[in-house]
Design a protein around this ligand. Structure first.
Ligand code: HMG
Ligand code: MG
Length: 298
């Protein structure tokens, strides 16, 4: 049976825009977040407190947080890979953060410059400080269905990291198909392995659509009892450390499918399409949502 309600986390302002090499103004980022709030998203990933040498586009995240209109009941989150990032996030008034690990050693090194085990050690003080400050921490795992450097990744490997992140206090573990190579069968197997250690209602799916499998993988995840999914308005983005990876699955496309399944999200498709059209125009890219393109052409 399918869930009655799904929470969508729009990661477009972060995962989507982090990969853009052209400068995008703080005002345009603020507008994007405000548009997503207006469309009814209950969770928006606004930015990252990471090294500006590694991801220059996220350097203005504190200014973006200062500029957005925060609606009560909506979570506005940011990535924080270490204590320095957490401190900057707290300074910016951020109320929810995320740490990010990888299921492959090579990706861990390229993305955060340390081994998987070192990353978990590094997250411990982040979780402690966040808990002391009373803010929630989400945990990500990259490369759960394949790694750009190592190829196949075992479901047990993913499950072990999911267990660690959950045990250290992450309220939710988001399972990232960074390079979009996953298929529904592999997705189900990977979720079943994770569900041995982490309750299904604490798992989220984060699918990039590089191979066009993301919607099918979300449907497979719904059948596995997962009811939280990350997506990017207009299918923005890619990943700076996964060459050739396209954006996250488009929020509009996920919403259209969920609407068709009578699954509640609280999101207005028309307002969402407007938000995606606006940011696509700002960055001068074709809208990555098939649904948005169809609606805008009609
Ligand atoms: P490092 O070089 O090992 O760190 O990088 P370090 O502690 O040795 O510090 C080096 C320099 O960075 C120092 O500055 C620090 O102050 C600075 P310097 O003395 O050279 O001038 N620094 C920082 N500056 C700002 N904010 C910070 C911070 N930390 C250190 N928080 C580090 C380690 C983790 C910092 C680096 O590798 C990094 O920033 N990586 C970020 C990678 C990233 O953001 N990737 C994209 C997001 S993950 C993703 O997209 C996947 C996901 O979507 C799921 C999926 O699809 O798979 C979540
Ligand atoms: Mg991602």
């Amino acid at each position: 049976t399918l869930p009655q309600k799904v929470r969508l986390v729009d990661v477009g302002p972060r995962d989507g825009l982090q990969n853009e090499s052209q400068p995008i103004s703080v005002a345009d980022k603020v507008r994007l977040v405000d548009d997503l709030t207006a469309a009814g998203l209950s969770h928006i990933e606004v930015g990252s407190f990471v090294s500006p040498k590694w991801v220059p586009q996220m350097a203005g995240s504190a200014e973006v947080f200062a500029g957005i209109q925060q609606r009560a009941g909506v979570s506005y989150s940011a990535l924080t890979p270490n204590l320095k990032g957490l401190e900057a996030a707290l300074e910016a008034g951020v109320r929810e953060v995320a740490v990010f690990a990888a299921a492959s050693e090579a990706f861990s090194q390229r993305n955060i410059n340390c081994s998987i085990a070192e990353s978990i050690e590094r997250f411990t003080p982040v979780l402690e400080a966040a808990q002391a400050a009373g803010i929630k921490v989400r945990g990500y795992i990259s490369c759960v269905l394949g790694c750009p450097y190592e190829g196949e990744v075992g479901a047990d490997q993913v499950a072990g990291i999911a267990r660690d992140l959950h045990a250290m206090g992450c309220y939710e573990v988001s399972l990232g198909d960074t390079i979009g190579t996953g298929t529904p069968g592999a997705t189900r197997k990977m979720i079943e392995a994770c569900a041995v250690h982490v309750p299904r209602d604490r798992l989220a799916g984060h699918f990039h659509d590089t191979y066009g499998q993301a919607l099918a993988n979300i449907y497979a995840s719904l059948l596995e009892g997962v009811s939280v999914f990350d997506s990017s308005v207009a299918g923005l983005g890619g990943c700076p450390y996964a060459k050739g990876a396209t954006g996250n699955v488009a929020t509009e496309d996920v919403l259209y499918m969920l609407n068709g399944l009578d699954i509640e999200t609280g999101i207005d498709l028309d307002l969402l399409v407007d938000a995606g059209a606006r940011i696509s125009q700002v960055i001068g890219r074709e809208n990555g949502s098939r649904v948005a393109r169809a609606i805008l052409a009609a």
